[in-house]
Design a protein around this ligand. Structure first.
Ligand code: NAD
Length: 293
């Protein structure tokens, strides 16, 4: 079984590390939060004093951090200098494509294999070990990463060269943001037209209006019992996370000159919602703003 360093044991990293431990891997854990490290130790990990100590002697280094600047800091500050020869680096954080390509190039320069492997599936998927991993990097690095990622996820997809995992993630989540807003607008209009929400759901979910936003995260209570709307929009996938991904998509669109007016509008609407104090609410809760509530 592999010796793995795991850096960033928050809502996602914690349960992902726990699944590696369940699969009999050895995990050295580091996080700035003592509470996060404590939980990992309780699940069977060993405590590392800092990033360099965690990484020393590890065959695989996994990072699950908030944003690009944290990944750059951790990589440039310790991982690239401390990683053993032949170690495989896997960054599972959702970050900007530029940072992903920057750290991958820096890793290649010191002769280390690296993949970007952002995830879809949320905390539920991290706990259940059913995440989807979108992986960018050389074929050889992907082949090495796959058996490790399979212990934390169900679908492991190679999206192409370094940074393409992040590209896939932001393209997917831009579609989700736009679809969620369209779904919220449709249910709001239906109510005003006197069309029952369940009827709209029954029809749209088997018609061309069908989407994941509708069938998994339906923004009104009732039609999808497990959707956050049934628990007063407790997340789920928070509006703040949605906004983060929509902003990453806008940065990427600007960088390559892609025209994304719908993505830009979605970013604006989620900015309004988050700035009004709703960042912790599930992303489907934006229906309240659309509805003028
Ligand atoms: P989180 O804030 O719960 O966890 C991040 C952890 O990183 C924290 O425990 C923090 O203390 C730690 N950290 C920050 N800087 C550090 C450093 N320099 N050294 C060591 N540890 C450091 O966030 P999360 O929800 O676990 O998300 C992690 C990543 O996964 C993000 O990039 C997020 O966008 C992505 N993601 C989250 C979800 C979700 O539903 N939560 C879903 C898909 C993807």
């Amino acid at each position: 079984m592999a010796k793995i360093a795991f850096i960033g044991l928050g809502n996602m990293g914690g349960p992902m590390a726990a699944n590696l431990l369940k699969a009999q891997h050895q995990v050295a854990a580091f996080d700035l939060s003592a509470k996060a490290v404590e939980a990992a130790v309780a699940a069977g990990a060993s405590r590392a004093a800092d990033v360099a100590t965690a990484v020393k002697g590890a065959e695989v280094v996994i990072t699950m951090l908030p944003a690009g600047k944290h990944v750059r800091e951790v990589y440039e500050g310790a991982v690239l200098g401390a990683a053993a020869k032949g170690a495989l680096l896997i960054d599972c954080s959702t970050i900007d494509v530029d940072s992903a390509r920057h750290v991958a190039a820096a890793a290649a320069k010191v002769g280390l294999d690296m993949v970007d492997a952002p995830v879809s599936g949320g905390v539920g998927g991290a706990v259940a070990g059913t995440l989807t991993f979108m992986v960018g990097g050389p074929e050889t690095a992907f082949a090495r990463a796959k058996p490790i990622l399979e212990k934390m996820g169900r679908n492991i997809v190679h999206a192409g060269a370094s940074g393409n995992g992040q590209a896939a993630k932001i393209c997917n989540n831009m579609m989700l943001g736009i679809a969620m807003l369209g779904t919220c607008e449709a249910f709001t209009m239906a109510k005003r037209l006197g069309l029952d929400a369940q009827k709209l759901f029954d029809i749209a979910s088997t018609s061309s209006g069908q989407s994941w936003a509708l069938t998994s995260y339906c923004p009104v209570p009732g039609p999808v019992p497990a959707s956050p709307a049934n628990r007063d929009y407790a997340a789920g996938f928070t509006a703040a996370m949605m906004l983060k991904d929509l902003m990453l998509a806008q940065d990427a669109a600007r960088a390559v000159g892609a025209s994304t007016p719908m993505g830009a509008e979605a970013a604006q609407l989620y900015s309004l919602f988050v700035n009004a104090g709703s960042g912790a609410v599930d992303c489907s809760g934006i229906i309240k703003m659309i509805d003028g509530r």
